[in-house]
Design a protein around this ligand. Structure first.
Ligand SMILES: *[C@@H]1O[C@H](CO)[C@@H](O)[C@H](O)[C@H]1NC(C)=O
Ligand SMILES: *[C@@H]1O[C@H](CO)[C@@H](O)[C@H](O)[C@H]1NC(C)=O
Ligand SMILES: *[C@@H]1O[C@H](CO)[C@@H](O)[C@H](O)[C@H]1NC(C)=O
Ligand SMILES: CC(=O)N[C@H]1CO[C@H](CO)[C@@H](O)[C@@H]1O
Length: 700
């Protein structure tokens, strides 16, 4: 008999997505000794255990591209496959929709869940995978109708395409030229209509599923997640449009912070409509199965560095600086060297103005032809966008709800009539190559997250069916940035990033053995302004230490806090409690009197006086040389500027910078004569030390 252990599998899964869900499992899966539990002591499964999935024999995944998984892993199937399902499309045609046409991918969240379920699912037809990229609620409704019944579990996403979200993104982000206003209008309209269209449609899909579900069956509806980080203006400088290869490096500010907020808001609104639909359906007597809503957005938006336009990324995709990215995106860091920074900035400030480009004398003939062609395409596109915009239900209905009822078979969800339908626009889903369509969809990490949240919700609902306590009712992880509590203690991000791995390694090597509830502190840069302490504390009778979790937690503590308005990357530290208090990770900056607000640039002062055969110098500074007593930053650069010959070197950190005009340290020393102009007045030495003194007064 195959002993399939969903918890352990899920744990492995969850380790990948950084441990949100372990709250579910900590008690079961690693009571005291984490390393022993997964390998050697499988849990005894009882029918009353909500994490036991063996009751699931038949299940299905329906929905749009988020469930088809476009772009995640490898495409499933080829042009012709066996698993064809005929679906009635709105005009009554039967259409064959296979893996290939629907852009289903093998790392999509239903495939992840399928792997978790394992052998207890029926061999033939136990898993029906009808999700199809590009489908709107009406087609997803038909997917629901096409399902073969007696299902134990169904999961889906629906609604994103109803709001033309994909088209909006394509129009507003990837083809953002000209008719800016049409883009804004349609976003505003989508926001206005989100409640009525989506809620009703999702409810109707849920009702259509009722006859397909077994008694005690469970449906989990997954939300969407906010695409964009909004902490910095870096995306303004990236090139999101598909015509970035144009001459002059001209581009357009597609993703200003306010635009990103607008898109995110749309997702929040969609989520909220889906959740409302689920709640209403759960109350409704038209539905006899259990239904729940799984919101992975909480993870994406609050817990990991997962979104596009994160300050940690320069726009590359993939980007090793942002390993937790959850979305597929274009490489938006493609600047070539056609234009100087100045020209580029100038061009970015204006809206993309093709007329202006055409009148520029700098274009070559072939470039001019390219611009003209683009202009024609754009104009055609805009005529089309505008015409269809005003013709769409999305736009013109004063009461989309009523329009829907009037226009449709009352049992069919509303066709939204997206602006751009049938036009020359880029649309995601059918008709577009996947490498375009996959943008703004979850990548592999995104799908693991969706799967984790869907499974957690499934267990929650199962515990209701079983009448037992939900494993999810326990405390979740707690993450606190000290800056959010008003702390004015801070240290250098560069320095903390240098030593946390070493710290975790040291804990792994030296932590007390055969002891529970131990704590391991270590202080770095003691006595300097950068003094900070890392602490690992174990609770709940736990004794085992996981170095990888330590590294990952400390990294997150350092780098997800204090991310905005922070040009020098200062860090106020924080606390991360995981696994219901089994593990606590802390970073505490220890200096309580550093200049506040924190410096946005290093500063200092310098003076040097001619004294017989030597120069006598005083340098003070803040925001640089704050960790090494000048030994690694100042001295080597002095040596390389004027050779050896520094004497009487004295370097002290001020006990209270406020008593010294905000300078954090003072160095006094003698040099060979006449080095002021060469090394100090031009800031050469201090700049090389990552600092600044604005010249140097005196007469040496
Ligand atoms: C934890 O489990 C491992 C593997 O079974 C074992 O080698 C180790 O001694 C255990 N540690 C404690 C503290 O029980
Ligand atoms: C270990 O810590 C937990 C709290 O995390 C506490 O309840 C328990 O009493 C502690 N055990 C010992 C032996 O100190
Ligand atoms: C952090 O380190 C980088 C790379 O060494 C350096 O360029 C940058 O100036 C440092 N930042 C500060 C604030 O010292
Ligand atoms: C991160 C975030 O704002 N998520 C929201 C998604 O939508 C639901 C339903 O309205 C909100 O509760 C979440 O806060």
């Amino acid at each position: 008999m195959m002993i399939f252990e969903p918890l352990v599998g899920l744990l492995a899964l969850v380790n990948v997505v950084n441990g949100y869900v372990p709250r579910l499992h900590a008690k079961h899966a690693h009571p005291i000794n984490r390393s022993s539990s997964s390998a050697s002591s499988p849990l005894v499964k009882r029918d009353s255990d909500p994490s036991n999935m063996e009751w699931i024999k038949r299940w299905a995944a329906i929905g749009d591209s988020y469930t088809a998984g476009i772009g995640a892993g490898r495409p499933m199937g080829h042009q012709i496959t066996a698993d064809e399902v005929a679906i009635r499309v709105p005009d009554g045609l039967e259409e064959i929709r296979d893996n290939y046409k629907c852009s289903r991918y093998d790392m999509a969240y239903p495939k992840v869940i399928e792997a978790q379920f394992g052998a207890h699912v029926q061999k033939d037809g136990g898993f029906q995978y009808l999700a199809c990229s590009g489908d709107r609620s009406e087609q997803i409704y038909q997917q629901a109708q096409a399902l073969k019944g007696e299902l134990d579990f169904v999961t889906f996403t629906a609604g994103g395409n109803d709001l033309c979200l994909a088209q909006i993104i394509a129009d507003c982000i990837m083809l953002p030229y000209f008719k800016n206003s049409a883009c804004e209008t349609v976003i505003a309209k989508a926001q206005e209509n989100v409640k009525s269209i989506i809620k009703d449609n999702v409810k109707q899909i849920l009702e259509a599923l009722d006859e397909k579900m077994n008694d005690d069956g469970i449906v989990v509806v997954n939300g969407y997640a906010q695409f964009f980080d909004t902490t910095s203006d870096n995306c303004d400088k990236q090139s999101w449009d598909v015509f970035w290869f144009l001459p002059l490096g001209a581009s357009y500010q597609a993703l200003t912070i306010s635009r990103r907020h607008t898109f995110n808001q749309l997702v929040i609104d969609i989520n909220s409509s889906i959740r409302d639909a689920v709640n209403e359906a759960a109350e409704s007597d038209k539905i006899s199965y259990k239904v729940g809503y799984a919101e992975w957005d909480r993870w994406v938006s609050n817990e990991v560095d997962a979104r596009m336009c994160s300050p940690s990324s320069n726009g590359d995709y993939p980007d090793s600086n942002q390993p937790d990215m959850h979305f597929i995106k274009p490489d938006t860091h493609p600047w070539f060297n056609w234009a100087s920074d100045v020209e580029r900035d100038e061009l970015r400030k204006r809206d993309m103005d093709l007329e202006h480009m055409l009148s520029s004398a700098r274009l070559s003939t072939s470039e001019r032809r390219q611009v003209k062609r683009l202009k024609a395409i754009m104009e055609a596109r805009d005529r089309n966008l505008e015409r269809t915009l005003y013709d769409s239900i999305l736009y013109k209905s004063p009461n989309p709800n009523a329009a829907v009822r009037h226009k449709l078979n009352p049992r069919d969800p509303s066709p939204p009539g997206c602006p751009g339908d049938g036009g020359v626009d880029m649309t995601f889903g059918m008709g577009m190559p996947d490498h375009v369509g996959q943008n703004f969809h979850p990548n592999e990490a995104g799908h693991l997250t969706i799967a984790s949240f869907a499974l957690a919700e499934l267990m929650d609902l199962r515990s209701i069916v079983l009448g037992v306590d939900s494993p999810a009712c326990t405390v979740k992880d707690e993450f606190t940035c000290f800056s959010s509590t008003g702390s004015k203690y801070y240290v250098s991000g560069n320095k903390t990033n240098e030593n946390y791995e070493e710290f975790c390694q040291e804990v792994a090597d030296k932590h007390p053995s055969n002891t529970i509830n131990w704590s391991y502190p270590k202080t770095y840069f003691e006595g300097t302004p950068e003094e900070h302490e890392y602490i690992v504390t174990l609770g709940n009778g736990v004794s085992a230490f996981d170095k990888d979790q330590c590294v990952e937690s400390m990294k997150k503590l350092i780098n997800s806090c204090d991310t905005s308005d922070n040009p020098m990357n200062w860090k106020c530290g924080g606390r991360y409690i995981r696994d219901e208090g089994d593990y606590k990770y802390e970073l505490h900056p220890r200096r309580n009197n550093r200049p506040w607000p924190w410096p946005r640039a290093p500063y200092g002062r310098c003076e040097g006086w001619y004294k017989f055969v030597l120069g006598q110098y005083t340098v003070e500074g803040a925001g640089f040389s704050t960790w090494d007593y000048g030994q690694k930053t100042m001295l080597p650069n002095m040596n390389s500027c004027y050779g050896l010959g520094t004497t009487a070197w004295k370097f002290d950190y001020h006990d209270n910078p406020a008593d010294h005009n905000g300078y954090e340290w003072k160095a006094t020393f003698n040099t060979p004569i006449w080095v002021r102009a060469r090394c100090w007045n031009n800031n050469k030495v201090v700049e090389a030390a990552n600092g600044w003194t604005d010249g140097c007064k005196g007469n040496d």
